[in-house]
Design a protein around this ligand. Sequence first.
Ligand code: AMP
Ligand code: ZN
Length: 479
Amino acid sequence: MKLYNTATREKEEFKPNEPGVVKMYTCGPTVYHFAHIGNLRTYIMEDVLEKYLGYSGLKVERVMNITDVGHLTSDADTGEDKMLAGARREKKTVMDIARYYTDAFFADCEKLNIKKPETVVPATTEIAEFIKVVAALIDNGHAYVSDGNVYFDTSKLDEYYVFNRHDAEDLEEGVREGVGVDAAKKNKTDFVLWFTKSKFEDQELKWESPWGLGYPGWHIECSAISMKYLGERLDIHCGGIDNAFPHHTNEIAQSEAYLGHKWCNFWFHVHHLNTNHGKMSKSSGEFLTVSLLEEKGYDPLAYRLFCLGSHYRKNLTFSWEGLDGAASSYAGLVKKVAALKGPAGIAAGDEEEAKRLDASFRDALDSDLNTSMAVTALYDVFKAKIADGTKLALVGKFDEVLSLGLLAAAEKAKDSESEDGGDAGIDGALRKKIEEMIKQRADAKAAKNYAEADRIRNELSSMGVTLIDSKEGTTYKIG
Ligand code: AMP
Ligand code: ZN
């Protein structure tokens, strides 16, 4: 598999250190609010990556942290802890909101068929580990105490900006909230490993440490948790592109200074989901959640398909029209699967064609996780001249990776089709929209505005909806 590596800026053949086993680390959510669908775009693409590595015969050991302390309102060690701000907003304790939003995050993941990593580690459960790593960094001269805090000394490194060696612009892209200047730092790029009470008096959760009562910096959490659970050599580290700097840059600095050797080979970064006003972010307050999509009648898996339709290394702008398109494609896919006669299994004589179709699915994902090509490979299954059982078997296999829940949705659609016929499998929002458009078209016709009526018919057609006019009125079919 060729995968783009942010560290080398090249598409490289992905090879784990230990043949057959992949050690994969993922930055988990900061649990001070609901995850928005931008965060979840990152987790969807990481989920596809994990599942495709498994599909390719590798065993994936995956660890994710939960950031429940230390992530400040600016990634550059200034401002207050986001968890504290969340707790104040909701008049609850930090631990209460951590528990609540961690559960909410995994509930959203389940709705999007994102697999929960085997090992999930809340930062607050690993304080002793952080203290151990910070103490070792002071001992080996890579960290210092100043004005009550422990800082990492970036001047001791041969190279600090690992991700933007060749192009300063990338640094700009990665920065989340600007770099503040802290007078206690020896160098502008130094960052905090451990905060003490001397600086942030109102922090709710604090622990004893050799440097006083305090709490860990966000970056040290991921390094220490990753090294504890996945060992000294990590194969791949994932996150959104905004994590590349400073978070991942700092993780590399401190992990390699601690270990004395190279730590992680591959860096996989998912680009942003944007709104019309820029990156979707929790702090801006302007964000969409899975629950909100559901309230509007969308199946969360239509959003998963929306994400699969674009490459993870391109920014994706969210629009309701785009989601409608994905919802209609999803309904169409479910309908195609529901129309196949089981049981699933490669029929005699279909072996070669099945192999070819599987190869084109693999080619797509081998090519830097090209999910939209993989979805095209899925559509090719329906067009192929093979038995329905073979098609069902291939759909089931591909969906182990794409995780659109197609077989289950098709079963459900078949059940409801016998109850209400016609448009089974499409979600409420789309059904409502189609019915509304049919009504607008009827009104336009009644007003002899045939151009408008044709425009509506064409728009529906581009959504995959075919209108059927009869004496009784207009019905429709999808696909
Ligand atoms: P956070 O909960 O803020 O720690 O972020 C969780 C994950 O979502 C991180 O990997 C971020 O890089 C990622 N992320 C944040 N905003 C976006 C966005 N608009 N689009 C895609 N990923 C994002
Ligand atoms: Zn992290």
